[in-house]
Design a protein around this ligand. Structure first.
Ligand SMILES: Nc1ncnc2c1ncn2[C@@H]1O[C@H](COP(=O)(O)OP(=O)(O)OP(=O)(O)O)[C@@H](O)[C@H]1O
Ligand SMILES: [Mg+2]
Length: 372
């Protein structure tokens, strides 16, 4: 898929923007603080209805306005579909084909993006929360069922945590209701865990290929899903449900003391292993970068496999973070395949040689100017 155009009204520092893109590589060139990341962010928000940089939608609306409007036309193999999103203090309104969607989960998934920014290098180095967020954002785009299950899980988890606090402070004494919440949590938790494992298996296959290529056959990348509840790979949803139920009753006393839920997929993690060793603890800087890059590039192929369409790739300032060899791998693997938006303060070296007929836009204070 690719974006034919983009129109922004009061999104961040873009008061009024109307522009058209090419299906290949669109380079966004500009000095610092001009609006390069803001533009990528607008595409990300159009895809997922929320930002990768802030959880507060007010930040996305121009400081002098109350409402932001974003619109684009997505070209797919057989269709061309307008998407519209409006952000305001009242909430979000999302339209597909000019028809308002009552649930955002019906809207998400129409446009698929893969974003790669320097912070993504922390996918390997950073905390488990970063990897869980990665899983939720990527798998959510590919599966509305995953999106639904994880939203339900979050809601019930919140309720259960509140209830545990009330029990702790003796506002409540009814443990039967706690049992009901535990049961619901186990049901959704089992679904989420099962789907995560399935997706990770598929992602691993693509990431492995990429990693082997970049490391010139010297390194073998594998993934490991880390959970307190089950160590086995191949459990069914039913088995996972029983495991989670057991875990909740096992930890109940401790949870009542702490006033919060202590087990479940909200605490799980993914480990990346290079030649069998955890790359987070034992990997060199270069191996960690190669791993992060391989996982990101694998997403492109996984999305194609799952949805039948290549996603759109958003590269925020990453070329400067990668050495020539990794830049070459990145640019070669997207060539003539994936529509790419690439921000940079200057286009030089490998990138200038390798990108085939880019369209170059210069960005200055929230306005776009087409160079070529
Ligand atoms: N809600 C908003 N309303 C108006 N302006 C905003 C809003 N949010 C951010 N900005 C402005 O947008 C500017 C550009 O931000 P952006 O992150 O896109 O810069 P950039 O071009 O990516 O810069 P860099 O090269 O440093 O990454 C910021 O300096 C900020 O002043
Ligand atoms: Mg930026």
């Amino acid at each position: 898929m690719y974006l034919e155009n983009l129109s922004l009204h009061n999104f961040r520092n873009y008061t009024d923007l109307e522009t058209e893109f090419i299906p290949g590589v669109n380079v966004l060139l500009g000095a610092n603080a001009q609006g390069k990341t803001n533009l990528l962010e607008s595409i990300y928000v159009l895809a997922l209805t929320r930002s990768h940089r802030t959880s507060n939608d007010r930040d996305l609306i121009n400081w002098d306005a109350d409402t932001a409007q974003l619109a684009t036309r997505v070209k797919k193999q057989v269709s061309s579909m307008p998407l519209e999103l409006e952000l305001s203090a009242k909430g979000k309104r999302a339209k597909v084909n000019h028809i308002e969607q009552s649930k955002l989960s019906q809207y998400i998934g129409q446009l698929n993006v893969v974003l790669f920014s320097p912070e993504d290098l922390s996918l390997v180095k950073g905390s488990p929360a970063i990897r869980r967020r990665f899983i939720d954002m990527e798998f959510g785009q590919m599966s509305s069922k995953y999106l639904y299950n994880s939203a339900q899980y979050r809601t019930i988890l919140k309720q259960r945590n509140q209830y545990l606090k009330q029990l702790k402070f003796k506002v409540q004494s009814d443990k039967v209701f706690l049992g009901v919440l535990s049961d619901q949590l186990a049901a959704y938790g089992a679904e989420i865990t099962f789907q995560r494992r399935q997706f990770l298996k598929k992602l691993e296959k693509w990431a492995q290929q990429m990693h082997t290529q970049i490391s010139l056959g010297k390194e073998h990348l594998t993934f490991e899903y880390v959970s307190q509840v089950d160590q086995e790979e191949e459990l069914t949803v039913d088995q996972l449900y029983k495991k989670l139920q057991e875990a909740f009753s096992e930890h109940e006393e401790h949870e009542l003391q702490q006033g919060t839920t202590l087990v479940g997929p909200q605490r799980d993690d993914v480990r990346f292993l290079v030649n069998g060793k955890n790359v987070q603890t034992f990997g060199s800087q270069g191996q960690q970068r190669t791993t992060a890059l391989s996982v990101k590039l694998a997403e492109i192929d996984l999305m194609k496999e799952e949805t039948g369409e290549y996603p759109i790739l958003l590269l925020d300032d990453v070329l400067s973070e990668l050495d020539d060899e990794r830049q070459t791998h990145l640019l070669k693997s997207i060539q003539n395949k994936v529509q790419t938006f690439l921000t940079t303060t200057s286009l030089s070296g490998v990138a200038r040689q390798l990108i085939d007929e880019p369209r170059i836009f210069t960005i200055s204070q929230g306005t776009l100017h087409v160079e070529t």
